[in-house]
Write a protein that binds this ligand. Structure first.
Ligand code: DX5
Ligand code: ZN
Length: 222
């Protein structure tokens, strides 16, 4: 069975003045992608556990929480308690990544390990058996609305081979610059979880965009 195509809208591009309404309007997606930034690991500062709690109250969808923070060990329990279902931690900035991922699983949450565009897939080779998902960044993290970095495609393909060779069912999520016109390429390369911020919240009808992204993803997967 091929892995399901999942659409994970990033609320970074939502209108925070009416966040509950915005989250309600993406109810046909599979996850809600929540970008947490600490002003150190990335040059931007965003969402604390209190806001995650508010998002949790506004949706039944699983929360896909992307921690762009240093020393994530100090924060994973707080985000788990706030309602995160999947917790992503960067291999850069978290030197004891095996322990950090273990902590997420002990909290009963799905562990996701994240790679910046410049980080080779070998950096996570020995934790592939410890995660449900690998998040491949296709922009340098910190901001929405950036351009997709093309070298992500061979990188996803290499990672998909690495996962298959080990007989694992790890999902590959891709994040940054994902729009209707590059869904085909990222899914063909081997990704199945598609994050999109401006590609969804920048359009007039979120539900229609989500449906079209899903249709293109499923067509590309075959
Ligand atoms: C970037 C974030 C992304 C961002 C994607 O640091 O991790 O999730 O919201 O935004 P778009 O889809 O607009 O590139
Ligand atoms: Zn993200």
């Amino acid at each position: 069975m091929p892995l399901p195509i999942r659409i994970s809208p990033s609320i970074l591009s939502a209108d925070f003045g009416k966040l509950a309404e915005e989250v309600g309007a993406i109810g046909s997606a599979d996850y809600v992608h929540v970008d947490v930034m600490d002003g150190h690991f990335v040059p931007n500062l965003t969402i604390g556990p209190l806001v995650v709690e508010a998002v949790k109250r506004a949706t039944k969808l699983p929360l896909d929480v992307h921690l762009m923070i240093e020393d994530a060990d100090r924060w994973v329990a707080a985000y788990a308690k706030a309602g995160a279902d999947i917790i992503g931690v960067h291999v850069e900035g978290n030197p004891h990544i095996h322990r950090t991922l273990g902590q997420i699983k002990e909290l009963g949450k799905k562990a996701s390990v994240v790679l910046n565009p410049g980080t080779p897939v070998e950096a996570i080779e020995w934790v592939l058996g410890d995660v449900s998902q690998v998040l491949v960044m296709s922009v340098n993290p910190g901001f929405g609305g950036q351009r997709f970095i093309g070298t992500t495609l061979p990188k996803i393909a290499q990672l998909r081979r690495m996962i298959s060779e080990r007989g694992l069912a790890v999902e590959i999520e891709v994040d940054g610059g994902i729009k209707l016109d590059n869904i085909d390429a990222v899914v063909r390369a081997g990704a199945n979880v598609l994050v999109s911020g401006s590609g969804i919240f920048g359009t007039g009808n979120y539900a229609n965009t989500i449906a079209e992204m899903r249709r293109r993803g499923e067509a590309a997967r075959g």
